[in-house]
Write a protein that binds this ligand. Structure first.
Ligand code: HGY
Ligand code: MN
Ligand code: MN
Length: 415
């Protein structure tokens, strides 16, 4: 099979797996929901067909282990390269964010044919990177690196079900989470991912090698006032929680626009009681702040928290702030990045380095092993949207570069 033929298969697989969704007619697949089991079943069959042993670990990550041949030790003990990304999606997502990186791993192994490696490959499909169901991202990769704080198991989803219960209801055992850890001494982790932005398309390049993944801070700010009758309450006697939240959201945008390289987003807002003729008594705002420099990000985040307190104070509202993520910016392993540069050039394409504004599982996996990321151009930079799309020739380029990378890291392992 040629890379371009396999690229067609990769795109077909991604579009097929995108149909496994919590809602018909769109792609929404949160952590350990029913469609996640369908994805496991479909991927497990393909993984087995290409010679992998497959398991689903206690956090719901699918793990396909492809043994080396040139090795005197069993596959489980052989040096291991991990290739993966996430299986979960945001609501009404596209067909490539996350899942492309998992499908690429299996497709690469299948492309090896009878070429055998001196190391094992483990393809990992993480169960949760987006953090949509429990409000805390990276649950899958945290399990892989052994950093699942027991308190996480008490997190509750919108239906009030704990993470512990959801894991058990999926047929998995939280007590087995330690078995999810990647073996010490793993050679490294490679994540293929769509760029999710317009840079490669503007440069007319198919691929990029990531050098830094920007850090991110997330929190919820809850403004509490007093619900009241929309028709009988004079404006100056109101304690309108949503009006306060709206004033703050305008500040979030103003601060981000005024700070070079900073992005800040309010992507979710909950208003109570939520009737058009009732003055909102409570408004909860989800904020996401990112910057490649941790100092700049943290300073902006603290400033936005202080502004929320000020605005609430001027309006006679209460404001409670719940931090949800403080993820430092993560540099990719420079040895792996250089191997990826060479692999891209050997595949016939210019090597291009760039920063990732999006967060990825590689940020977490980097705690335990060297990590690298390869970006693929995505059409108009669209992502977190059903319009997400990749070109088959770019996927073929990534497969070619991926095969060259396997040669590179194999040589490095023998030196
Ligand atoms: O939000 C992100 O950066 C990623 O898509 N989870
Ligand atoms: Mn995403
Ligand atoms: Mn992603």
């Amino acid at each position: 099979m040629t890379s371009i033929e396999q690229a067609g298969e990769v795109v077909r697989w991604c579009r097929q797996l995108a149909k496994f969704s919590e809602s018909r007619g769109e792609t929404t697949r949160r952590f350990l929901t029913a469609p996640m089991r369908d994805v496991h079943t479909a991927l497990a069959a393909w993984m087995s067909r290409v010679g992998m042993t497959v398991r689903v670990d206690a956090m719901g990550n699918i793990r396909g282990l492809y043994p080396p041949v040139v090795s005197s030790v069993p596959a489980a003990d052989a040096p291991r390269l991990l290739i993966g990304s996430h299986l979960d999606t945001v609501p009404n997502a596209g067909a490539f964010d996350g899942i492309l990186g998992v499908v690429m791993g299996v497709a690469l192994v299948e492309l090896l044919g009878d070429r055998r490696l001196s190391f094992a490959i483990e393809v990992v499909g993480f169960s949760d990177e987006e953090g949509v169901r429990f409000g805390t991202p990276f649950l899958g990769s945290l399990a892989l690196v052994g950093d699942v704080d027991p308190s996480l198991l008490d997190l509750r989803d919108e239906q009030g079900r704990s993470l512990r219960t959801v894991i058990r209801d999926f047929g998995l055992e939280p007590g087995r989470l330690p078995d999810a850890k990647a073996p010490a001494g793993s050679m490294g982790y490679l994540e293929f991912h769509i760029e999710q932005g317009p840079v490669l398309e503007n440069l007319n390049l198919p691929l990029a090698v990531v050098d830094v993944i920007a850090g991110q801070s997330r929190a919820t700010a809850t403004f509490t006032g007093r619900a009241g009758h929309a028709g009988t309450t004079p404006m100056k006697l109101r304690k309108d929680a949503l009006a306060g939240a709206a004033a703050w959201m305008t500040e979030v945008e103003r601060v981000a626009t005024a700070t070079s390289g900073l992005v800040a987003t309010v992507g979710r807002l909950e208003v109570e009681p939520g009737a058009g003729n009732v003055i909102p008594g409570r408004a909860t705002v989800w904020v996401d702040v990112r910057h490649p420099s941790d100092d700049t990000r943290k300073a902006a985040f603290e400033r936005l928290k202080a502004t929320a307190t000020e605005i609430a104070g001027h309006r006679g509202l209460q404001m409670s702030w719940e931090p949800r993520l403080d993820q430092a910016s993560v540099s990719m392993d420079q040895k792996i990045a250089s191997m990826l540069d060479r692999a891209v050039e050997q595949a016939g394409f210019p090597a291009h380095r760039m920063t990732s504004g999006a967060g990825h599982d590689a940020m977490i996996v980097a705690r335990r092993m060297p990590v690298g990321m390869m970006f693929l151009r995505c059409e108009k930079g669209i992502s977190h949207h059903p319009g997400e799309n990749v070109r088959e020739d770019d996927v073929a380029a990534a497969l070619e570069a991926g095969l060259k990378f396997l040669d590179e890291i194999g040589r490095a392992g023998r030196e």
